[in-house]
Design a protein around this ligand. Structure first.
Ligand SMILES: C[S@@+](CC[C@H](N)C(=O)[O-])C[C@H]1O[C@@H](n2cnc3c(N)ncnc32)[C@H](O)[C@@H]1O
Length: 199
């Protein structure tokens, strides 16, 4: 089975369980910082939006126009229920074809690591294309390097894939972003590598 299909099937099974689990991870500090970098009422693309909470919900409440995409039908349905003010589409992040210069900010929170690492650079390049000048990219990724399969992520099969942080950082720079912030952070008692970058 294609890895993206395994991930889609997993999240379709997990649905609400993921939403309960997600509530232990707060990203408020980073979100508040991002706000200071964005124009009022700007346009956000949330990649791998999950249930829409907390990321899409946060930006909608702050007056932004939010588009969310996710590979899982179940996650899209939950996001539509949770954040009815945003637009959600079932797309694979590998195939996004929004016009260039569409968004002020692209977020990919706990999602890029579900795509095989060999595809991360082309995904980052595509994010760059879709961002407006000075647009902000905000994402996180795992801290270990390699491909991992789990057969019990909240009861479902799952796949993750990461380069080591220094390689991810070099890919972001190679895609022509300027780095504003990069650090391994502990959120919800899990370590991830966080990057905020600007076009
Ligand atoms: C760990 S959840 C994170 C959800 C949300 N960003 C959050 O912060 O709660 C990962 C999400 O990425 C989505 N996803 C995984 N691979 C994807 C892909 N190739 N394209 C689009 N979405 C994907 C999953 O369906 C899932 O909803």
């Amino acid at each position: 089975m294609k890895k993206e299909e395994l991930v889609r099937k997993g999240y379709n099974e997990i649905g609400q369980k993921y939403m309960d689990y997600r509530s232990i991870f707060s990203n408020l500090k980073e979100l508040k910082y991002i706000l200071t970098l964005l124009p009022e009422n700007g346009k956000i693309l949330d990649v791998g939006c999950g249930t829409g909470v907390p990321i899409a919900r946060y930006f909608v409440d702050k007056g932004f126009s939010v588009t969310g995409i996710d590979i899982s039908e179940t996650m899209i349905e939950l996001a539509e229920q949770n954040v009815s003010e945003a637009k959600f589409y079932r797309y694979d992040m590998n195939d996004l074809d929004f016009p260039e210069l569409s968004f002020d900010c692209i977020t990919a929170i706990y999602s890029l690591f579900h795509a095989p690492k060999e595809k991360h650079f082309s995904i980052l390049e595509n994010f760059y294309r879709m961002l407006k000048p000075k647009g902000i990219l905000f994402f996180c990724i795992g801290t270990d390097s390699g491909d991992y399969y789990g057969d019990d992520f909240l009861g479902s099969e799952m796949f993750w894939s990461n380069y080591p942080p220094e390689k991810t950082l070099s890919l972001v720079k190679e895609a022509d972003f300027n780095i504003l912030f990069e650090e391994i952070l502990d959120r919800g008692e899990e370590l991830h590598y966080w990057i905020i970058a600007q076009k």
